[in-house]
Design a protein around this ligand. Structure first.
Ligand SMILES: [Zn+2]
Length: 318
C-alpha cells in the first residue's frame, strides 16, 4: 500500500498518521512534543517520531513511505522548508525539511521528499478536500482557539499570500482602539472572539476566574443573560470579521473550527444571523462547522506530502 507520513506538531502534542493516496488514514499515533525539555528536545522528538512512523509503514505495508508532510505552528518559509519562528516551541530558522529528509533517507542515502506546512493552512487544506469544504471551490476556514487564524481556500489549494501571512483574519481590526493584541495592534478580531477572549470575558462577568468559553456557552444555553451578552459581543465581532472577508474574497462557504466552534448551534445560529444582517450587496456565505476536529492539520500535512508527489488531489477525482 502506497502511503505518506503526516505529522502535525502542536504546542504540547504531536498528531501523526500514515495516509493513503485517497486521503484515508491507515494508522494514527500521538506523542507529546516535550517542550518543557527545551527546543533541541522538541526537534529530536519530531525526528524520532517521523522515523518511527516510517518504520511503522514499512512493517505494515512492506514499503517505505513515499514522502512526509509536517505541519508546524508559527511563521515558516514553506518554499525553503524552514520553520522560521515559533513562540511556543522556541525555534528560530530551523531547517526542518532538510533535517527530516536526511533522517528519513532511504538505504541508498536519497533524502525523502518532505513538505513543510503551516498548521492552520494545513488544517484548512484538509477541511477543503476531505471535510466541510469538500466540493467547494472557494472557502474561508477560521479556527477559533487560543487565537484566531484562518486559511483561504481556492480551487483545491490554500492561498498563503506573497509572504506567507495570507488568511490572518484574527488580526483584522474590528474594534479600533479596542483591547491590546499580542501582535501590537488594538481591537484585533482575536482579542474579542477567540476562545481565550470569551473565557476572559466570561471569567470577569461571572466572577469565577476558572470560568471558560465552554462554561459561557453552557450558561447561554441555560438562559443566563450576562452570558448571552458576553457571547453576543464575540459573535458580533466575528460577524464583522466574516463580512469584511466576504467583501474581499467572496467565498461560498465559511468553515468555522477550533474550540469555540464546539458550542455548535449556540455559536452558529446567532453567528449566521449576525452575518446576514450585516450584508448589503454581498452574497451570503454558507457558515458551517469544521468536520475534522483536531486531526485536520495532520491530514492536511499528509495531503501536502501527496501533492509533493504530483498526484491528483482526492477531491479532484471524479
Ligand atoms: Zn492582532
Amino acid at each position: 500500500m502506497k502511503h505518506v507520513i503526516a505529522l502535525d506538531v502542536g504546542g504540547t502534542g504531536m498528531k501523526a498518521a500514515l495516509l493513503a493516496q485517497d486521503g484515508s488514514v491507515l494508522f494514527e499515533a500521538r506523542r507529546p512534543t516535550g517542550r518543557e525539555h527545551g527546543t533541541d528536545a522538541v526537534v529530536t522528538a519530531i525526528l524520532d517520531f517521523a522515523a518511527d512512523l516510517a518504520d511503522e509503514g514499512r512493517g505494515r505495508f512492506g514499503s517505505d513511505p513515499l514522502a512526509a508532510g509536517v505541519a508546524v505552528p508559527g511563521t515558516l518559509d514553506e518554499k525553503n522548508g524552514i520553520a522560521v519562528f515559533s513562540a511556543n516551541l522556541g525555534w528560530r530558522d530551523l531547517p526542518l525539511r532538510k533535517l527530516l529528509g536526511e533522517r528519513l533517507a532511504g538505504k541508498d542515502g536519497t533524502a525523502m521528499p518532505v513538505a513543510l506546512g503551516h498548521d492552520v493552512r494545513s488544517g484548512g487544506l484538509a477541511e477543503g478536500r476531505l471535510g466541510a469544504g469538500r466540493g467547494v471551490d472557494r472557502f474561508l476556514f477560521i479556527a477559533l482557539g487560543t487565537g484566531i487564524a484562518g486559511a483561504i481556500g481556492i480551487g483545491g489549494r490554500i492561498e498563503a499570500g506573497a509572504h506567507g501571512y495570507g488568511g490572518e483574519i484574527g488580526h483584522v481590526v474590528v474594534r479600533p482602539g479596542g483591547p491590546a493584541c499580542g501582535c501590537g495592534a488594538r481591537g484585533c478580531l482575536e482579542t474579542l472572539a477567540s476562545a481565550s477572549a470569551v473565557s476572559r470575558a466570561w471569567a470577569a462577568a461571572s466572577g469565577d476566574p476558572q470560568a471558560d468559553a465552554a462554561a459561557c456557552a453552557d450558561a447561554v444555553d441555560a438562559g443566563d443573560e450576562r452570558a448571552r451578552q458576553v457571547w453576543q459581543l464575540a459573535v458580533d465581532a466575528l460577524a464583522d470579521g466574516i463580512v469584511l472577508a466576504q467583501s474581499l474574497l467572496d467565498p461560498s462557504t465559511v468553515i468555522v473550527g477550533g474550540g469555540l466552534a464546539e458550542a455548535g448551534d449556540t455559536l452558529f445560529t446567532p453567528l449566521r444571523a449576525a452575518v446576514t444582517e450585516r450584508l448589503t450587496f454581498q452574497m451570503p456565505p454558507v457558515v458551517v462547522p469544521a468536520m475534522l476536529k483536531d486531526t485536520a492539520a495532520s491530514l492536511g500535512a499528509g495531503l501536502l506530502a501527496w501533492d509533493l508527489l504530483s498526484v491528483t488531489p482526492p477531491s479532484d477525482r471524479a
